[in-house]
Write a protein that binds this ligand. Structure first.
Ligand code: A3P
Length: 326
């Protein structure tokens, strides 16, 4: 039996087990051996009970904002770089570790009784996210919002245009979604960000290979837009939050914005910023037809998945996207 200095030993270890180079954080309190060496000053409560996983452009900011009004629900503290989203389980932040993640959640005695949550809309389609999220939060509930993937793609295109993206400003939506694999990389990247998250069934199946169907709650994005009070009521029932908070006196339709907004007093509402619920021309018919065909197999798989999950109703947008696709 021989040994080596720590650094050399570490290098040797990772040569033998290269698959362990990429860390997967678990909860130290789930294992007595880990808990023993976990600092006394640390807690295991500073973790979310549920995750709003996206995808982007489906109404995730509206949901996040409305949930934050709830007296028994707390979100994470804002991030200096990515604002309301921590974006821990995808990308480079994951390597900042558990302490970094937990520092976003308020500590304190009463906080453990509260429903802590985190919303990062990029989680939905991140390849590694379900595995990482499950390693740390195996009991968490997952909330996703779905709306027509064609409309979602168009909303993302409009979003990047307003943010001054030169590709989105130089190419029409139709040329973005039809860009070939030999097109310049920035154009392919925009095409992929428009199209990939909308392959809903594929992404949901990945989440469901780690989490049980009982842990997943799907919100119809159209319902969230048109009837947030009822949507939030159903969500509270799913999360078993009692007594249920009645949103009807806290949210009101604002005709000027064209969306529901938070009631501040009898005459005033506070709506989401101008980047959410923007006015832009409707999608051209050619692009919509193309996307209906593009998403046909994905949407068909989604109908099957929803039925398997016990959904009694299929969202209207899904029926519409599946009609007249020839
Ligand atoms: P558009 O700006 O394309 O209309 P996200 O927050 O996930 O980026 O989603 C943005 C979308 O949320 C908006 O897309 C808008 O349609 C939708 N939305 C739903 N409810 C809303 C609300 N109450 N206020 C503003 N936008 C809302």
């Amino acid at each position: 039996l021989s040994s080596a200095p720590p650094l050399e030993l570490g290098e040797r270890y990772f040569q033998l087990y290269p698959e362990e180079l990429d860390p997967v954080w678990g909860n130290p309190c789930d294992d007595p051996r880990h808990q023993k060496i976990w600092s006394r000053n640390k807690t295991c409560d500073q973790l979310p009970r549920f995750l709003v996983i996206g995808p982007q452009k489906t109404g995730t900011t509206a949901l996040y904002t409305f949930l934050s009004i709830h007296p028994a629900i707390s979100s994470n503290l804002p991030s200096p770089d990515t604002f309301e989203e921590i974006q821990f389980f995808n990308g480079k932040n994951y390597y900042k570790g558990l302490d970094w993640y937990m520092s976003f959640f308020p500590a304190g005695k009463n906080e453990s009784l509260r429903f802590l949550f985190e919303k990062s809309a990029t989680y939905f389609d991140g390849d590694l996210v379900p595995r990482r999220a499950h390693a740390l939060l195996p009991k968490a509930e997952l909330i996703t919002i779905l709306l027509s993937p064609a409309r979602r793609a168009y909303s993302w295109y409009q979003h990047t245009r307003v943010h001054g993206d030169p590709v989105a400003n130089n190419y029409t939506f139709h040329s973005v979604i039809t860009a070939s694999d030999t097109a310049p990389k920035p154009l392919r990247d925009l095409r992929n960000r428009c199209l990939n998250p909308g392959k809903y069934a594929q992404h949901l199946e990945r989440w469901l290979s780690y989490y049980t169907p009982q842990q997943l709650h799907i919100i119809d994005g159209e319902q969230l837009r048109q009837n947030p009070v009822e949507t939030l009521h159903e969500l509270q029932r799913f999360l078993k939050i009692t007594p249920a908070f009645n949103y009807s006196s806290h949210l009101r339709y604002d005709p000027k914005k064209g969306f529901f907004c938070q009631v501040t007093n009898e005459d005033h509402t506070k709506c989401l910023g101008k980047s959410k619920g923007r006015q832009y021309p409707p999608m051209d018919d050619k692009s919509y037809k193309l996307l209906q065909r593009y998403y046909l197999s994905h949407n068909t798989a989604l109908v099957k998945l929803l039925k398997r999950l016990g959904s009694r109703t299929i969202p209207q947008w899904l029926k519409d996207d599946l009609t007249d696709t020839v």
